[in-house]
Design a protein around this ligand. Structure first.
Ligand code: SF4
Length: 297
């Protein structure tokens, strides 16, 4: 038994509780190992009577029990925690099938592949560990490490985790996540949000220039335009902030062109003064000024 083995090995941190898993009242845990009751076909070499005492139907019945118990074991795992499912059988119905069905239902769990820790001969393409006697004379067995993640993140206001929502109805498919995602906006475009030393690629790129945001959102609200709705409200940067960033970025990068970035640059209310201020600063250095996203008319 677990208790006898722990005593034999001198392990004192195990406190066995004998009960039906459904009646277990302990706290949720960061690590849960669910060693499922199984047909035992992985150790048939040691239990040869299995050939006569077990049938295919037993595996199918067990798969139903394993799935139910695995779902319950999952309720004992903390957000961010780990659930390991293991068996000593090689029957896919009791292993892969149980886990795949569980993952379809519990989208907050993902497979944490065993490829990082087990020899590659034992890990399949899904990240499951499968052992067979033809490798190092091991018993047949199965285990998979499942991580419960993203749930805590999805509970932060304004964070949207697509896997937790039905794509058609947009309703949550798991408990504990908000019905509606509230959009969050930066109300002021502070200078510290922008890099003073942007990365310069080693290759020549299409927009090979210093790019400086001057406005977020667009006041025009054309009916076909998603961006103007997504990036509401309109927020402007001051000419002084823009000029300081332009000069700092040019000094740090050596670019010879500056692009002013926004959804619709010509809708920046003080565009005349902005461009003339920048032209006066850039012209003596022979640096070009580019205004993409201009709205005609
Ligand atoms: S001007 Fe451009 S960015 Fe602004 S709403 Fe119209 S299409 Fe969208």
């Amino acid at each position: 038994t677990l208790f006898a083995n722990a005593q034999r090995l001198g392990i004192k941190i195990i406190a066995p509780v004998l009960c039906d898993i459904h009646d277990f009242k302990g706290p949720r845990c960061h690590r849960v190992l669910f060693d499922a009751p199984c047909s035992g076909w992985g150790v048939v070499g040691k239990n040869s009577d299995l050939r006569w005492s077990k049938s295919k139907k037993d595996s199918l019945n067990l798969a139903e029990t394993q799935g139910r118990l695995l779902r319950h074991a999952a309720t004992l795992v903390n957000p961010g925690g780990v659930l390991v499912y293991s068996t000593c059988t090689i029957i896919r119905d009791e292993n892969d099938q149980v886990v795949e069905e569980f993952l379809l239902e519990r989208r907050d769990f993902t497979i944490d592949s065993a490829a990082k820790t087990f020899p590659k001969e034992l890990v399949n393409e899904r990240g499951f560990v499968k052992t067979y006697p033809d490798f190092e004379n091991l018993d047949g067995g199965f285990c998979v490490r499942l991580k419960k993640r993203l749930l805590r993140l999805a509970q932060v206001e304004s964070v949207y985790v697509p896997g937790f929502y039905d794509a058609e109805t947009r309703k949550p498919v798991i408990d504990g996540v908000p019905e509606k995602i509230i959009a969050r906006h930066t109300l002021k475009l502070q200078p510290e949000y922008y890099p003073s030393r942007p990365i310069v690629p080693l290759t020549e790129i299409t927009h090979d220039r210093v790019t400086v945001e001057i406005m977020r959102g667009c006041p025009q609200r054309c009916r076909f335009c998603q961006a103007s709705r997504i990036y509401r409200p309109v927020r402007l940067r001051s000419i002084d902030d823009i000029k300081k960033q332009v000069m700092a970025n040019l000094k740090a990068t050596g670019h010879d062109e500056v692009g002013l970035l926004s959804l619709s640059t010509s809708d920046y209310p003080d565009i005349d003064r902005l461009t003339s201020t920048l032209v006066m600063a850039l012209e003596p250095k022979k640096i070009a000024l580019s205004l993409p996203s201009l709205r005609p008319g």
